[in-house]
Design a protein. Structure first.
Length: 512
């Protein structure tokens, strides 16, 4: 690989925003027929670098060479014409248009006069077939899962026949089998000589599919290594600039570890904060029974589509249950709206932070105080001074990186946006916090920091419902694990007695 002639060379690329040096003399090269992983914490400069490459931002310094010739892409369309296509973590397609329209429209000059629907549909079907995906291309894109929408975005990018394909967190919304499918496509594209720039936070995926790794940290290039030249821990250390202990004992093992071999005095179960009995809704979940205790973390595990998120939405009142009941502190609770849940001391960090969590047009400060203001009502208006005080406290407590509290939250990295969502609910002093995929798409260090904060709140008496598609995370951060299958709860085990094999047996329909 080191002897191959680069198809792309980025030399000494710099980019500055007001008050922030986002990129400082970054070098990056890609060669045909390789997968090159770009790694780093949230805020390291990865997204800024690919936006410079695709013409979203102009570079303030340095140059870009494509096949030995200097280029200056002025827009994503300009970059596509040069043979550089990108697929981003957040699907930026039109859910109201059909699959075929999303994949093909704007790619054929003859469409200026009339849309050749049959040819367009056949073209979309052929591109999806290359991904081993077959579906009704005339159906609205929004009728399909996020995973399918992501694959359609990749199919659209391949329709330009790129020489360089940029995949920005393409697996964050994909199930395990879909990841395997995507990797098989990436290997086929490698064999065709396409250079792939792969941005991800999944360490195992990096080592499975990549040939080389470039690490960025705080807007600077740390270095470049062949995959065979790094261990996983060495990669993490280079990303964060320090050692990160990911192997902390699971919550279910802490009591035994703390006992030092001496039996601890027996203690009764903590009081139940919220309980659900036979909870269900048409098209959602059926017959779900749950107990969430004070000072305990209840993990919810299951495959994609098993009903994890649907359960969370019912508990928080986003969707109203049609069957069953919910009790809070032993009393019936209708939970007919999120506001009612907030007034009862419940917070919710949703899976899709872009669409359902942060409000990009508002500042970091405004996003943090949003839930507290809703809880206080119209006549409990927070003064600007009080807003500044609350925002400053949680920006410092959670280590949120931003020029200032008035920075639009859309300008922050994914990990800092997730921290801001956590700050939003911490400001309300919640009694229970529901976390739906809180660590998706964020780096290793941010995961540890965020979940460490949540576990400290849990240790102080807050109840936690924790949903994650990463089973090892569920086992590490939960006291009990409820297992979902086919939109029903099919089992529950103490995390201290659980391992991946037991949980997977329940998911598969076996015995625990």
């Amino acid at each position: 690989m080191s002897d191959a002639v680069p198809i792309l060379e980025m030399e000494a690329i710099s980019k500055r925003f007001p008050g922030v040096l986002a990129l400082s003399r970054i070098d990056l090269s890609l060669v045909p027929g390789e997968v090159h992983a770009l790694m780093g914490q949230n805020g390291a400069g990865k997204s800024t670098l690919i936006k410079v490459l695709t013409g979203v931002y102009p570079a303030d310094g340095g140059r870009i060479l494509l096949a030995g010739k200097e280029i200056r892409p002025s827009s994503p369309l300009d970059a596509q014409k040069l043979g550089i296509s990108a697929v981003y973590q957040e699907v930026n397609l039109c859910p109201n248009l059909s699959v075929a329209e999303n994949i093909c429209l704007g790619r054929d000059p003859r469409e200026a006069w009339a849309i050749p629907w049959r040819r367009l549909n056949r073209r979309a079907e052929a591109l999806l077939a290359d991904l081993n995906l077959r579906l009704d291309v005339t159906a609205p894109l929004g009728s399909f899962s996020i995973a399918v929408q992501q694959m359609c975005a990749i199919a659209r990018a391949l329709g330009t026949q790129p020489r360089i394909l940029i995949l920005d967190e393409p697996t964050s919304s994909l199930a395990e089998e879909e990841v395997k499918l995507l990797f098989s496509v990436m290997r086929r594209l490698k064999a065709q000589g396409i250079a792939i720039l792969f941005i991800t936070h999944f360490i195992d995926q990096t080592f499975e599919i990549s040939d080389r790794i470039t690490v960025l940290r705080n807007g600077e290039r740390v270095g470049e290594w062949p995959v065979a030249g790094l261990t996983r821990m060495e990669l993490v250390t280079r990303m964060v600039g320090r050692s990160v202990d990911e192997a902390a004992p699971a919550r279910g093992q802490r009591a035994a570890a703390a006992g030092g071999g001496e039996a601890a005095p027996a203690a009764g179960p903590a009081p139940v904060f919220l309980s659900a009995h036979g909870l269900g809704r048409r098209g959602s979940v059926q017959g779900v029974d749950l107990e969430v205790r004070q000072g305990e973390a209840l993990g919810i595990s299951g495959l994609l589509g098993s009903g994890r998120t649907e359960t969370a939405r019912l508990l928080f009142g986003i969707d109203r249950a049609e069957q069953g009941s919910i009790e809070v502190d032993g009393k019936q609770a209708a939970m007919g709206s999120p506001l009612e849940a907030i007034l009862r001391g419940i917070g919710f960090c949703p899976e899709d932070r872009k669409a359902e969590g942060v409000i990009g047009e508002l500042s970091l400060r405004e996003n943090i105080v949003l839930a507290l203001q809703a809880k206080r009502g119209v006549f409990g208006f927070l003064t600007r001074a009080r807003q500044d005080e609350i925002a400053a406290r949680y920006i410092q407590a959670l280590g949120i990186k931003a020029p200032d509290a008035d920075t639009p939250i859309a300008q922050l990295s994914g990990g800092n946006q997730q921290k801001a969502l956590l700050a939003r609910w911490m400001a309300t002093d919640p009694r229970m916090l529901i976390l739906d995929e809180p660590t998706r798409g964020i780096d290793v260090a941010a995961k540890v920091e965020i979940m460490g904060q949540v576990m400290r709140l849990c240790d102080r008496g807050m109840a936690v419902v924790f949903i994650s598609s990463e089973l090892d995370e569920v086992l590490r951060y939960s006291d009990r694990v409820a297992v979902m299958r086919d939109r029903r709860k099919v089992g529950e085990i103490p995390a201290g007695e659980a391992d991946e094999r037991k949980v997977l047996q329940i998911i598969a329909g076996g015995q625990s």
